[in-house]
Design a protein. Structure first.
Length: 404
């Protein structure tokens, strides 16, 4: 639970903040340990719009977690303890209440004698990736916390960078598609019906293209509300099924992997992420089977996530990862399996996985760039061709009149 409080700190300054605790008594004890004299302390109540949010936890972004990891790594390398480092970092989040509360809660658990991993595991303010917490757990026991935090920061920063690149790359094509569909819908719904009245007064046979455009225009004009209602219902239903139905989401993800070009890009993107985090966990000292399970959890595609989860069980039984992947029903890029097999033979799995991730990331950048290069002129042709067809269809009867 989250409790809000107002009071004075040990320097006599007025403070107003939040504290996480399982009960009111625990919240009071935590404030007492921080030498804060509270005037008022109450459990936080949800605002009107927050009542519609079923989760009170905050999903920290990759960028925020990357920045936090980098700062903590730098302070620890400078010889500052993790407790002092967190207190310094907390001052950087004055405008981010959730992150400030998260760091404050972790600091409180550390003050109580818990280690960093247990403090992260105990807090319920933000949702942290499981691989992140497991990396912290192993690195603490191995005395390489600063190194692992820096590696985690690089990985998360790279993920955030790739995500932004993809969003930026598809922004223009998405804009073009939306504008073109709106323009075509506008012409068919409002422009074409206005011209149709002129053709009806001619009492002559219309060309086939004109009939087609008029029929489509009449359909849009008569069912305008129904079409938008259907689009809204289908979109809502699709999103709901993707979130609630595992079998439906699994089927969609399986279909995506079978799509030409898009399927290959998706698969290599997922394998690159798996390889990078797996290499990081192995370097941190995480057991190999646990590495496979944790790396599988960061995958978005349910087909590949289920593949690596099932493969982890076979590795426990004594199979090599490459053999288990080769024998599985779900087929993935054979070059990935060969590379893993080579790493297992030479005991250089971590190094091989690092190279695979870099290779796949670069390949995907090139393919996405090529796709966008081809997509832009294709969209221009689609927009121009569609509008040109409508205009030509409307002009054909006029030309036939002038000829007569």
């Amino acid at each position: 639970m989250i409790f809000k409080f107002k009071g004075f700190d040990q320097d006599g300054k007025r403070v107003s903040d939040k504290v996480e605790a399982s009960s009111l008594l625990e919240a009071k004890n935590k404030l007492k340990s921080k030498k804060i004299i509270y005037q008022r302390i109450d459990e936080e109540t949800l605002s009107f719009y927050e009542k519609f949010d079923f989760s009170r936890t905050y999903k920290v972004s990759a960028k925020e977690l990357s920045t936090l990891s980098r700062e903590l790594s730098m302070y620890i390398r400078s010889g500052i303890s993790i407790v002092s480092a967190l207190k310094i970092v907390q001052t950087h989040y004055q405008n981010n209440k959730k992150m400030r509360l998260f760091i404050s809660t972790v600091s409180t658990y550390l003050d109580e004698g818990k280690d960093f991993f247990t403090a992260l595991e105990s807090q319920s303010v933000v949702i942290l990736p499981e691989f992140f917490k497991q990396s912290i757990k192993v690195s603490e026991s191995g005395g390489i916390l600063d190194e692992v935090l820096m590696e985690l920061s690089r990985f998360l920063k790279e993920q955030d960078k790739i995500h932004k690149e993809i969003k930026a790359a598809f922004a223009y094509p998405t804009f073009m598609i939306i504008i073109s569909l709106l323009m075509i819908a506008f012409m068919l719904t409002f422009v074409v019906p206005q011209i149709t009245g002129i053709f009806e007064s001619m009492h002559q046979e219309l060309p086939t293209p004109t009939k087609v455009v008029i029929a489509i225009g009449d359909f849009f004009n008569n069912n305008f509300t129904l079409i938008f209602a259907l689009i809204f219902i289908v979109t809502t239903l699709f999103i709901t099924l993707m979130n609630k139905s595992y079998s439906f989401a699994y089927g969609v993800h399986k279909l995506i992997l079978k799509l030409p070009l898009f399927g290959e890009i998706t698969q290599k993107s997922e394998l690159a992420r798996f390889s990078y985090i797996a290499s990081l966990l192995i370097r941190s000292g995480v057991p190999f089977v646990l590495t496979i399970k944790l790396s599988a959890n960061i995958l978005n595609n349910l087909v590949l996530k289920e593949l690596f989860s099932s493969v982890a069980k076979k590795v426990v039984e004594g199979k090599l990862l490459s053999t288990a992947l080769h024998d599985s029903k779900t087929k993935i890029d054979y070059a990935f399996i060969q590379a893993v097999a080579l790493g297992e033979e030479t005991s250089q799995v971590q190094s091989v996985l690092t190279h695979i991730s870099q290779l796949y990331f670069e390949e995907n950048r090139e393919k996405i760039s090529m796709l966008l290069t081809l997509l832009e002129p294709a969209l221009m042709l689609f927009v121009g061709g569609s509008i040109g067809f409508i205009v030509a269809a409307m002009l054909l009867p006029i030309f036939s009149m002038s000829i007569q």
